[in-house]
Design a binder for this molecule. Structure first.
Ligand code: ADP
Length: 237
């Protein structure tokens, strides 16, 4: 792999499901954590986001999830400039994004089953329409015996798998994951990557932040690299 020498503005397309134009982000009065980011994710693509710790990977994912507003520049999702949309529309957009945060953000007072079913409940689906899918998915990620457990009682790896199941259960248009294989052994890591690949084949646009070169080498995907607040695209050599 080699790196392109400067951050090239990427080609814009009407099929861009995510688009950043010269986006800058600073926290409070601090320096820009992200500067002049031009990013386009085409619908149905599989993308990795790499870079050293502190490079801004989580921050970029939060911008895509609309959990942060850019300090400057333009963020568009599903072809719409998000700065022009009311909060309700942003909520509707977020519901089309499955997300795995590094801290998992599971709800402790709900069971594992209820956590995973939550995105479907929020969409108003009736339990009988999703019960089998939720059980099958939890079986597949190895949590079939932990349906009624509280997330509090799960190991780090189990929490991660529950969070991933919750992110994919509603077949979101975009799947974002922050270091999704950080806590699991290699065999489970393989399984999770297969799951992301299957989601992608069904049309989900995938963006995964990771340090894990082994993971990146398993999937023929685009690799974006953050360094010194700038985004570079790795060019396969
Ligand atoms: P990465 O995910 O690549 O490790 P982050 O996006 O978490 O990087 O962080 C990028 C930079 O922004 C770091 O210097 C981090 O300390 C800083 N940062 C992240 N979140 C906040 C916050 N809420 N307030 C202030 N600084 C933050």
């Amino acid at each position: 792999m080699s790196m392109s020498s400067s951050p090239e503005p990427q080609k814009l397309s009407t099929q861009d499901i995510v688009r950043f134009d010269r986006v800058g982000l600073r926290y409070g009065r601090g320096p820009e954590v992200l500067s002049d980011i031009d990013l386009s994710l085409r619908a149905g693509t599989f993308n990795f986001l790499t870079g050293p710790s502190g490079a801004g990977k989580s921050t970029l994912l939060k911008l895509v999830y609309l959990a942060l507003q850019p300090s400057r520049g333009l963020v568009s999702l599903f072809g719409q400039d998000i700065s022009r949309l009311p909060e309700k529309s942003l909520g509707d957009m977020r519901r089309q994004i499955g997300v795995v945060w590094q801290d998992f953000s599971l709800i402790d007072h709900l069971s594992v089953y209820a956590n995973v079913a939550l995105p479907l409940r929020v969409q108003g689906a009736a339990p009988q329409t999703y019960d089998r899918n939720v059980r099958e998915l939890l079986d597949w990620v190895g949590l079939g015996q932990r349906l009624d457990a509280s997330p509090r009682t799960l190991s780090g790896g189990e929490k991660q798998r529950a969070a991933i199941a919750r992110a994919v259960i509603s077949k979101p248009k975009i799947l974002i994951a922050d270091e999704p294989t950080g806590n699991v052994d290699p065999e489970i890591g393989h399984r999770l990557i297969r799951l992301f690949g299957e989601m992608n084949r069904m049309g989900t646009t995938v963006l995964i932040a990771t340090h894990d070169r082994g993971l990146i080498d398993q999937v023929p995907a685009r690799v974006l690299h953050l360094q010194d607040a700038r985004l570079y695209e790795e060019v396969p050599s």
